[in-house]
Design a binder for this molecule. Structure first.
Ligand SMILES: [Cu+2]
Length: 394
């Protein structure tokens, strides 16, 4: 009899459990579309994305595609193809739910078609990521639905040439509710493939080296050892947040800080994907990651790609931890300079009055590989904000 009662109790408990499971509260689905701006919250954490048309806040972003000359190393002038006159292009910052009203104007002086591809966007490639002819403008809207740090780049074939020559940048999409305050920097890793000989003091891209791949420079923010010469600063024990994009075009970046560990690494920079206590994180070309670290002691902490065949080609910078570091910015610009980690507003836009005319025939039409090496170009000008106009002796 006792056994029967015990069995009955077990049965009732089992029914109760099944009932609770069956009729209990179902966590919100995170795999399907819902109403405008709805949040796909994980059962026990923040949203990794939103659906719908966002908050309605519109952020206008206008980039000009233009070729110019940039110092990619001490005394090395290189013909960069750019968004906004710099390689990388400006650091863009928006929030989840923002509508990015994007305009691309192609001010190519080499007669090249250019295009845009935002890794942060969901938008049809066959409509919005298509080549834009010189002199033409393309505008489209997209909603930032995923937080993180994302590459943007030109996608005109051969894409290898357009990315290798500098047509990329980073966009940070912060969660709508923001993140805890931190000292933030945005870094874009890439490699360059300069020809052996300069034309009129300027090196152009070498397609054979791109294909090998045999980079001549591996850099953060468009210049070898940029932050060795001008270290990123931070104070002891404050949270340093590094948003890092690897533009490639081909190499991975084994991101590592010498003398420190990462408190957290967020794949693709998505704040809902934390990993704790890591030493090195590999960022493939076309991806990004966000790193948070707190360094207790004053000193110099180099950040490198730990793929050491490439480190010496310029892929090293320094975080200088010092009590005397200036206070971290309270906010960061929507369009930030790529040459200081995105902390100051980008200065100026491409001035059409300073642009020379088209270079005539021989440019890359977007379907072939021309226009990168060959005879001297019939123009001579530099983007006003270029770090230097120093000519390379040859
Ligand atoms: Cu392009």
């Amino acid at each position: 009899m006792k056994r029967l009662i015990a069995l009955g109790l077990v049965f009732e408990v089992a029914v109760l459990i099944v009932g609770l499971t069956w009729f209990g509260e179902v966590p919100p689905a995170d795999t399907g579309p819902a109403g405008p701006g709805s949040v796909a919250a994980a059962a026990d954490g923040p949203a990794y994305r939103i659906y719908g048309e966002g908050t309605g806040r519109i952020v206008e972003v206008h980039l000009d595609a233009v070729e110019t000359v940039q110092d990619i190393a001490e005394g090395v002038e290189y013909r960069v193809w750019t968004f906004g006159g710099t390689a990388p292009g400006p650091v863009i910052r928006v929030k989840v739910g923002d509508t990015v009203r994007f305009t691309l104007t192609n001010r190519s002086v080499m007669g090249l078609a250019h295009s845009i591809d935002f890794h942060a966007a969901e938008t049809p490639w066959d409509v919005n990521y298509q080549p834009v002819a010189p002199g033409e403008t393309l505008t489209f809207d997209w909603v930032a639905r995923f937080p993180g740090v994302f590459m943007y780049h030109c996608g005109v074939p051969p894409v290898l040439h357009h990315i290798a020559n500098g047509m990329y940048g980073a966009i940070v999409v912060e969660p709508e509710e923001g993140l805890a305050p931190a000292r933030e920097y945005v870094l874009v890793a890439s490699e360059l493939y300069a020809a052996d000989r300069a034309v009129d003091g300027v090196l152009e891209g070498d397609v054979a080296k791109m294909l090998a791949p045999r980079p001549t420079h591996v850099v953060f923010d468009g210049r070898a050892n940029r932050y060795l010469d001008a270290p990123l600063q931070a104070r002891p024990n404050e949270t340093i947040r590094l948003w890092v994009v690897n533009a490639g075009p081909t190499l991975s970046n084994a991101f590592h800080v010498i003398g420190a560990l990462f408190d957290h690494v967020y794949a693709s920079g998505n704040p809902t994907t934390p990993l704790n206590g890591l030493q090195t994180w590999n960022i493939p070309p076309g991806d990004g990651a966000m790193f948070e670290l707190r360094i207790p002691a004053e000193g110099l902490y180099p950040f490198v790609t730990h793929a050491f065949a490439y480190t010496g080609l310029g892929s090293v910078g320094v975080i200088q931890v010092t009590e005397s570091a200036p206070e971290a910015p309270a906010s960061y610009p929507v369009m930030g300079s790529p040459f200081d980690g995105g902390i100051s507003e980008v200065v100026g836009t491409v001035d059409p009055d300073n642009l020379p005319g088209p270079s005539g025939p021989g440019g890359d039409t977007g379907t072939g590989g021309g226009g990168m090496t060959g005879p001297a170009r019939p123009w001579s000008w530099t983007w006003p904000s270029a770090a230097s106009t120093r000519a390379r002796s040859r």
